[in-house]
Design a protein. Structure first.
Length: 386
């Protein structure tokens, strides 16, 4: 079986990497189409990580328009549709695999639907209110043929939406394989490698992205967040390690706020970090702060406390490790105090039940893909409309 995977950003590639590894072990033919931020110098050209992982890159599609305007993402979708159409015609894969709710997801689902290729979508049924990604994710589900959901609740959502039961599977989150298999690296070694001072008593990881419905507030929101985090870090002798926002409109303003802290000794900023380094940083962090989906999907597996600032991620299934807060300084600091120092709360997180599954997800997704008979028309033709 020939599986063509499509990816547009490092975090998404890390998500599907364990699945591609499983499929490769089973001797399936695997190729990857890279687009979006993978090809951006500003985002460290992360397509090179895919090459280093020894996957064949079937095509590179330039789709990241360097603008902070709302036109960026729709133009990106257009570019991917055009480029991927040619790739699919040339490569003629049996299955197209895609994850999530970004430009490459909707573009892939459209191309697969029109070109009679079975699209396997990972992450359907998962709401993210207030962001353009939410309706896109559900549109991807309606256009895709097979769904690998990360939680039972999300599987039920898709069935309620009208998806036929035989198409929908609760597989769990495949990134946990990365977390479990990455070799442990001591914190001292990582800090030395990243040139981070080693006298701090602890550190936070900050990952914060713009929200499409609040794009014009991106700079102010980041400034407020950073001010509260600074007060907390100075009080407790903590460092903050900040990873760059994603490429969505509003990210330029967030980066502008971040760069205003370039001389602050408690603050360290990186465009991106390799999977091995990042996972080991998270293993040693006291908390994750910001609004990344990682706080919802990956942090429960680390047993990591999360402070989610603002409306991004509101409405998603939480394992109980996330404190949602507004942009008030006192609210952010209080949430950080509890997350880092409240022993009862930390104990609760250490004993949480993770609704997003375990490290078997990648194997489950492989089995789902192998169960598809590409000669059987039932996989191509949807019988329910609502």
């Amino acid at each position: 079986m020939y599986i063509l995977a499509v990816t547009g950003i490092r975090s998404e590639y890390d998500y599907i990497f364990p699945v591609l590894e499983e499929l490769r072990k089973s001797k399936h033919k695997i190729k990857v189409v890279v687009s979006g931020a993978h090809l951006s110098h500003m985002h460290n050209e992360t397509w090179k990580y895919i090459k280093k992982d020894k996957f064949i890159i079937a095509d590179k599609i330039d789709s990241l328009f360097s603008t902070n305007r709302l036109t960026q993402r729709s133009n990106g979708v257009s570019a991917i549709i055009s480029g991927l159409t040619q790739t699919v015609e040339r490569e003629n894969p049996d299955i197209i695999l895609v994850d999530g709710d970004r430009e490459e997801s909707i573009a892939t689902a459209i191309v697969g639907n029109y070109m009679k290729k079975i699209v396997v979508h990972i992450g359907g049924g998962d709401p993210a209110f207030g962001n353009a990604d939410d309706p896109i994710r559900f549109a991807v589900s309606k256009l895709s043929h097979v769904h690998c959901c990360t939680a039972l609740e999300y599987k039920k959502n898709l069935i309620k939406l009208g998806e036929e039961k035989f198409r929908v599977f609760n597989t769990g989150n495949p990134t946990y394989v990365n977390i479990d298999t990455v070799k442990k690296i001591k914190k001292d070694k990582i800090f030395k490698l990243l040139k981070i001072d080693n006298f701090f008593k602890g550190f936070l990881i900050l990952i914060k992205h713009p929200l499409s419905s609040e794009m014009n507030e991106s700079y102010t929101q980041m400034k407020k967040s950073l001010k509260a985090i600074k007060i907390f870090c100075n009080k407790h002798n903590f460092a903050t390690i900040c990873i760059s926002p994603n490429s969505d409109p509003g990210s330029y303003e967030m980066i502008r706020a971040i760069k205003e802290l370039k001389d602050e000794k408690w603050f360290y900023y990186f465009n991106t970090l390799h999977r091995d380094i990042f996972i080991n940083l998270v293993r040693n962090a006291k908390a994750l702060v910001g609004n990344s989906s990682m706080g919802i999907l990956e942090a429960p597996h680390y047993k990591l406390p999360v402070v989610n600032i603002g409306n991004r991620q509101v409405g998603r299934l939480s394992a109980g490790n996330v404190k949602f807060t507004n942009y008030l300084e006192k609210s952010i600091i209080n949430a950080l105090e509890i997350s880092c120092f409240d022993k009862n709360y930390i104990k609760k997180i250490n004993n949480l039940k993770n609704p997003y599954g375990d490290s078997s997800a990648a194997k489950k997704i492989r089995k789902v893909i192998e169960s598809i008979d590409t000669e059987d028309q039932k996989w191509y033709v949807k019988r329910k409309l609502c």
